[in-house]
Ligand binder design. Structure first.
Ligand code: G
Ligand code: G
Ligand code: MN
Ligand code: NA
Length: 256
């Protein structure tokens, strides 16, 4: 409850900011996009991780406001980077959306308005959702996903492989790609079972026409193992952690 009160104040007082982590082509290390990750810098407690405050925001009914703020801020920033020539048409921003946001029937209209306003084409936007959205989602959520996809936005399944669910939703929903959870990437090149899981995920994803992004890539060994099984894109500390917009632009200005 205490954190909930503080979180309401954080939204009002500019304590939230968005950090950007590059998503790169494994072969070259050149960014193809970035993931927008919300950060809360509390005036006394310092940085509070999203793993702590996102669940609180969900329970307190604040995830809608926070999600809206993050999405607008990220799309605004992408518009600025595009107009300054820091990134090009082939660079996309990937934004996390919670189940609650995807149950709002107005979301596709709102997102399309924001893209127009900030001069961002739909193919430069990805939305990341956990598979629970599709497993538990209502018919409204289903319609929202189809409408977003119709706009041209990419739809990615985050933390892929951790949900213990049947995979039928990959065919029923207009998903365009999966992000392999970092728990499977950690053991690559060392643990044969992780190698086999990732190999199978990649084969299935490609058979379904889905893109694959490996998360949490930290070592050259992991990068090589991913490349060997046909993964094209990755994200992780090997290339860079999430950083505030000015640092991201400084670091990647000429590459992206
Ligand atoms: O990189 P980091 O440890 O900050 O992210 C932890 C998790 O918090 C991410 O995997 C993501 O699922 C979640 N998260 C980060 N930013 C957002 C956001 O803007 N909205 C939602 N719903 N979740 C986010
Ligand atoms: O959306 P998602 O929950 O996957 O957010 C990614 C989370 O993983 C963020 O919290 C981010 O800070 C974290 N992360 C990103 N790259 C790495 C990495 O290379 N190693 C580890 N351990 N964590 C990472
Ligand atoms: Mn994510
Ligand atoms: Na993830």
């Amino acid at each position: 409850i205490e954190l909930e009160v503080a979180l309401r104040a954080a939204l009002a007082d500019d304590q939230l900011y968005v950090a950007y982590q590059p998503i790169v082509r494994l072969e070259t290390g050149v960014p193809v996009g970035a993931e927008a990750l919300v950060r809360w810098l509390h005036p006394e407690r310092g940085l509070i991780p999203p793993m702590t405050f996102i669940p609180i925001a969900e329970d307190a009914g604040l995830i809608g406001s926070i999600g809206t703020w993050v999405r607008k801020e990220a799309l605004r920033q992408l518009g600025v980077w595009r107009s300054e020539g820091i990134v090009g048409d082939d660079f996309y921003l990937s934004i996390n959306v919670s189940p609650r946001q995807l149950s709002d029937p107005e979301l596709p209209l709102i997102v399309s308005g924001e893209m127009l306003r900030y001069g961002v084409p739909a193919q430069c936007v990805a939305l990341e959702m956990t598979e629970s959205v599709m497993v538990d989602g209502s018919s409204v959520t289903s319609r929202v996903l189809f409408e977003l996809r119709e706009l041209g936005v990419k739809l990615l399944v985050d933390d892929f492989g951790t949900g213990f669910s049947a995979l039928g939703y990959l065919r029923r929903f207009p998903v365009t790609g999966v992000k392999i959870d970092r728990s499977f990437v950690t053991g690559l090149g060392v643990n044969v079972e992780d190698d086999e899981i990732v190999r199978a995920v990649v084969a299935m994803s490609h058979a379904l026409g889905l893109s694959v992004i490996a998360e949490g890539v930290e070592t050259p060994l992991q990068r090589e193992a991913l490349h060997a099984v046909g993964v094209v894109n990755g994200q992780g500390w090997l290339w860079g952690a999430a950083v505030p917009a000015p640092e991201f632009a400084e670091r990647w200005r000429r590459a992206a």
